[in-house]
Design a protein around this ligand. Structure first.
Ligand SMILES: [Mg+2]
Length: 336
């Protein structure tokens, strides 16, 4: 094992939080986890790749690390589960500074601490080019109770937690300021113009909300919003065999920083990285769960009359009903 790799693993070992389910973490051939009796195991895996999901010249390393684990925790939340352990495989090219890796780990492990999820293992390697991180998160739910995407029936309410479009708006703003500072620095050398142009934040994965929805039997189907409302609602429709109708006016849009205006409807509909929960329910749902706002944005419909495999999502904009096409955020394809 190269010295740098050994040092990295030691660092992770030192910083990783302890977890109740962890019998043996880093330092053996396998991690040993104990799942409570009467529970099912949840496993989710997710890639974070440089130039696909983030750019080193735009995103602070802490943000990249935090996003990596946020995605895994958010998937566990979307099943109503309890996260138990995380595993990280990290491949980094030789020209990536050690400082970048340290700051990446700091972002990831800060979130791990917040949620008391141990980093129980993983792998490191040298990549040919750039940075690739793969996160695996293991969780548990009471046996047979995981909230699936396939449980929605026609005539149910469609609900969303928090506010949408904030991450996409931040990214758009960051891209704009980066391009402007690049243009400026081409004209004249201004060292100050190279600093990050805006704050890039991420919402908390909604683990507590997911668990309460499961415990109270409130959600018939659920998904986390990682690719954007239009895309992710499409997944519920597809898996449940229902249609959906949402109201543009009902969609809770994020505020733009300290400015007193909300993000554009397009960003709330199609922006990614929101990590809020989208669920359906036949029951009445309280407007706040675990301190998080919950909003009814529409209802599920019978999907009859539609071609098989195609689900229709209608959206009501200014009283006019139109169909909503899935247009999830394609990170750096065409909009960078
Ligand atoms: Mg998901």
């Amino acid at each position: 094992m190269p010295f740098a790799e050994k040092k990295l693993i030691e660092r992770i070992r030192r910083l990783a939080p302890e977890g109740r389910s962890l019998v043996k973490g880093i330092g053996d051939d396998c991690a040993v986890l104990r799942v409570p009796p009467g529970h099912d195991l949840l496993v989710t895996t997710d890639f974070t790749i440089e130039k696909v999901h983030f750019r080193r010249d735009w995103h602070p390393p802490e943000w990249v690390g935090r996003r990596c684990l946020t995605r895994g925790l958010s998937d566990i939340a979307a099943m109503g589960g309890e996260p138990r352990a995380a595993f990280l495989s990290l491949a980094v090219a030789g020209d990536v500074p050690q400082k970048w890796v340290n700051r990446f780990l700091k972002g990831l492990l800060t979130l791990a601490q917040e949620f008391k999820v141990p980093l129980a293992g993983g792998d490191t390697a040298q990549s040919i080019t750039g940075i690739q991180a793969d996160i695996v998160v293991v969780g548990s739910v009471p046996r047979g109770k995981a909230i699936l995407r396939s449980g929605a029936k026609p005539g149910e309410g469609i609900y969303v937690t928090g506010e949408l479009g904030g991450s996409a708006a931040n990214l758009a703003r960051l891209a704009k300021s980066k391009r402007e500072s690049q243009r400026r620095s081409q004209r004249e050398f201004q060292p100050g113009s190279q600093r990050a142009g805006g704050k890039v934040s991420l919402p908390e994965p909604r683990v507590a909300v997911g668990q309460i929805l499961l415990r109270r039997g409130l959600a018939s189907a659920m998904i986390d919003l990682s690719d954007g409302l239009s895309t992710d609602l499409g997944h519920i429709c597809q898996e449940s065999g229902v249609g959906a109708e949402i109201e543009a006016d009902a969609i809770p849009r994020a505020w733009l920083g300290t400015e007193k205006n909300k993000v554009a409807l397009d960003l709330a509909l199609h922006g990614g990285d929101d990590y809020e929960l989208l669920f359906t329910s036949p029951l009445s749902v309280p407007p706040k769960i675990a301190g998080v706002r919950v909003t009814r944005i529409g209802r599920t419909l019978r999907s009859s009359g539609m071609r098989s495999g195609v689900t229709l999502i209608g959206i009501d904009i200014d009283g006019k009903r139109q169909s909503l096409k899935a247009a999830g955020w394609e990170h750096f394809k065409g909009n960078s």
